[in-house]
Each structure stands twice: as C-alpha cells, then as structure tokens.
Design a binder for this molecule. Structure first.
Ligand SMILES: *[C@@H]1O[C@H](CO)[C@@H](O)[C@H](O)[C@H]1NC(C)=O
Length: 196
C-alpha cells in the first residue's frame, strides 16, 4: 500500500514536470511569434505577418478652449492622471505653491493651465477670469497608414532646403558674374576712351 502511494506521487511529479516543460516551450515559441509580428510592423512587410489587422492607426488631436466654469471638469479620462483640485483657483494655488517652494506633486496631478481676463463685471467692476482647458481626442482611421508616410515629411524638408540653397547659390553666382562683366566692360571702355 505504501509502495503504491509513493509510485502515484512520483508519477504526479513526472507529469507535472512534463506539463511545465510544455508550457515553457509554448511561451518561448509565443514570444518568438510575437517578435515576428513586431518585426513585420517595423519593416512594414505585411507578407511576413499581416500586422494591419492589429496595428490599427488612430488620429489624435488636441482641442482647446476658454471656459468661464469655476469648477474643474476633467475633459478626458486618463488611466494615470486626474487633476487634484475642485476649482481652477485651487489648481492655480497648488501650482503656485509647488513653483515657489520647489516641490512637486508626487502623482503629477497638477496642471499649469493659463487664465486670462475676459472682461469686467459691469455691476461690481471685478475682472472676469477665463480658464484655458483642453482635451485629447483620438479617432480610429479606417485603413492602413504606412510608416513611410511620416518619413516623407523629412524628405520634403530636405528637398526644400536643398532647392533653396541651390537657388541662393545660383542667384549669388549670376549677380557676381554680372557685376564682374559690367566692371570689365566699364574699365575697357574707360581705357579705350583714354587711349583714343
Ligand atoms: C456681477 O457680479 C454680481 C455680484 O457678485 C453677480 O450677481 C452677477 O451675476 C455678476 N454678473 C455677471 C455677468 O457675471
């Protein structure tokens, strides 16, 4: 009976080791497979792995405006940050305190957002402050955006710079040549009029 139990325990251990080995191999292969997808995206080679179904482009933009609302309204959600103040005034006081004291909010939940005087209260004569606030929005883009589209901007900038430099050099050379020719002609004419 004792023998049987030992054998069973041993078998369980052997089976567990085998399962572990299979899991480790599977993870290694999965990591390699995952790398293939990132390499395909990095090299923009969708014949290697068709990354286009998973590397989806989104267009993100910033929307900003002035508000007369006194209370902080979180314009967009963030997984990491949220403003720690209830009113814009409170937020500004916190920013001023950390700026003057050289400290910081450990969670980085302060924001320096400008204010401006938008007008004056006609009854009291007090300034009416407006608060700048913004939000970041993203919109999914149907279709693929090849990463070379972004490199083209650099190419365009380089081409424009080269064209401008070439045009400037050509203009300078033409001006110098014209000035030299004019000077030579004038000198020759002066010499001719002096001799004859
Ligand atoms: C001007 O101030 C008065 C007194 O605080 C207030 O009742 C009124 O709503 C203000 N007017 C405007 C246009 O904000």
């Amino acid at each position: 009976m004792m023998m049987m139990v030992v054998v069973v325990v041993k078998m369980v251990v052997v089976v567990a080791d085998a399962v572990n080995a299979i899991v480790i191999i599977a993870v290694k292969e999965q990591v390699e497979e995952m790398r293939e997808w990132f390499v395909a995206f990095a090299e923009q080679d969708h014949s290697r792995r068709d990354y286009r179904n998973y590397f989806k482009p989104v267009m993100c933009y910033l929307e900003g405006g002035w508000t007369l609302d006194q209370h902080v309204v979180e314009p967009f959600s963030s997984r990491r940050h949220s403003l720690t103040a209830d009113s814009w005034r409170e937020l500004q006081q916190q920013i001023r305190y950390t700026s003057f004291s050289g400290g910081k909010n450990i969670n980085e939940n302060f924001a320096f957002l400008p204010t401006t005087i938008m007008g004056f209260n006609e009854t009291t004569g007090e300034p009416v402050y407006a608060q700048w606030n913004y939000r970041i929005l993203c919109h999914p883009y149907s279709g693929d955006v090849p990463t070379k589209y972004f490199r083209q901007v650099i190419v365009v900038v380089v081409v424009v710079v080269v064209v401008v430099v070439v045009v400037v050099v050509v203009v300078v050379v033409v001006v110098v040549v014209v000035v030299v020719v004019v000077v030579v002609v004038v000198v020759v004419l002066l010499l001719l009029s002096w001799f004859y």
